[in-house]
Design a binder for this molecule. Structure first.
Ligand SMILES: Cc1ncc(COP(=O)(O)O)c(C=O)c1O
Length: 392
């Protein structure tokens, strides 16, 4: 009997290492810093219940019907108005999570062998989405302010990439944020090089003390696709995000979306709109999430300070969900993971987020899913594991 014959693109797909790790860490006795799940305490459950009743009372038939592929018009208008630069609702495409935005970008802009620039390390889900379209990915390193401009210029002049994929705020995985100056410099450099930008910003609203600078796309809107998400602000189970797309690219993104899913769920779009526009809701809700995550981040920073041996370093994120830790020389976070899980704590080895030349000493720690008590215990277990490795 003839067996299935996979397309070359399917052969290029690989399982997400994070999802594989998550399977192991779902056991209840493990304190997991591995997942990137928002805290369920942040979900606006009552606001959703009220919105559901309202939508079912006022618009049940249209909420349950097929709808426009572009998205629910009032939600598109809301998105356009919420952004800090001049965006027309016609440029807004509602997507099934920003993950779909990444896939549509790949579908529309990448041919086999097309070059794409990414920061390194970068979001694994984007590498996964793009790789299905078989690009040649090349990475530019970050310094402490973000993408290194000289390597970007050098590499782009050599490789003529189709776009650069950028994470501007509280980056997944490193928690890092691009400075205002670097954003302006990136926009200027991309303009000079004729290099379009795909900016992914699902975490921008989750700042602790001060909002981050405006998106890179706001300094170069004509050649930027900007992706946003409702997952971290409302709830990921809604599977709603958006793309702001220049008029030249919009029709192609729309056609790609039509082929993928016709449109994002009408009911969820109406619910999101109702929740977002409940008077006074959003500001109070965001303040609550910011305070919750800031407290958890501070608990992790304090625990690291308390427990970690010399030679371990980490950054201090200004928002978001992740912190980036680096082990002392000679240690390898991927090799250490089984021992850490045995001790009762899990993380994602940094190597998962590099396309090439991983820094094996790094790891991503999420501070939002565990409680402050669990964070302290988990970090103590991690420190113990590191000490054992150093002594071995
Ligand atoms: C950087 C980044 N982009 C996109 C996504 C996808 O988010 P969603 O599809 O839930 O909007 C995530 C999810 O964790 C992410 O970290």
């Amino acid at each position: 009997m003839k067996s299935w014959q996979f397309a070359t693109r399917a052969a290029a797909m690989s399982p997400s290492i994070i999802r594989e790790i998550l399977k192991v860490t779902e056991q209840p006795d493990i304190i997991s810093f591995a997942g990137g799940l928002p805290s369920p305490d942040s979900f606006p459950i009552e606001a959703f219940s009220a919105a559901y009743e309202k939508v079912m009372r006022e618009h049940p038939r249209s909420a349950l019907q097929y709808a426009a592929s572009e998205g629910y018009a009032p939600l598109r208008e809301w998105v356009a108005q919420s952004l800090p630069w001049d965006v027309s609702p016609d440029q807004v495409l509602i997507t099934t999570g920003s993950q779909q935005g990444l896939d549509l970008v790949g579908k529309v802009l990448i041919d086999e062998g097309s070059r794409v620039v990414v920061q390194t390390p970068s979001y694994l889900g984007a590498l996964q989405a793009f790789s299905a379209y078989e690009p040649e990915i090349f990475s530019v390193p970050n310094d402490d302010q973000g993408v290194q401009l000289e390597s970007l210029e050098r590499e782009q002049l050599r490789y003529q990439a189709r776009f650069i994929y950028l994470l501007s705020n509280f980056q997944n995985p490193t928690g890092m944020t691009l400075s205002l100056h670097r954003r302006q410099e990136i926009a200027k450099t991309c303009h000079a090089l004729g290099l379009p930008i795909v900016e992914d910003n699902p975490y921008g609203e989750l700042w602790f003390d001060a909002p981050p600078p405006p998106p890179v796309a706001s300094f170069y809107p004509e050649q930027s696709i900007y992706l946003g998400s409702f997952s971290k602000v409302l709830a990921p189970g809604m599977r709603l995000g958006f793309a702001v797309v220049p008029p030249e690219v919009y029709p192609k993104m729309l056609q790609a979306k039509q082929a993928a899913d016709l449109h994002s769920p009408s009911l969820n779009q109406r619910l999101a709109y109702e929740v977002l526009t409940q008077p006074g809701f959003l500001e109070a809700h965001l303040e609550r999430i910011r305070a919750l995550y800031k407290g958890q981040c501070q608990a992790m920073l304090a625990a690291l300070q308390r427990h970690m041996p010399d030679g371990v370093s980490w950054n201090t994120p200004k928002g978001g969900m992740f912190l980036w830790l680096r082990l002392p020389a000679g240690l390898d976070s991927a090799a250490m993971l089984p021992l850490a899980v045995q001790q009762g704590v899990a993380y994602v080895p940094g190597a998962a987020f590099y396309d090439t030349q991983p820094d094996m000493r790094t790891m991503r720690l999420s501070f939002v899913t565990a409680t402050p008590d669990e964070i302290d215990r988990g970090i103590a277990l991690l420190a113990q594991t590191i000490e054992q490795q150093l002594a071995a």
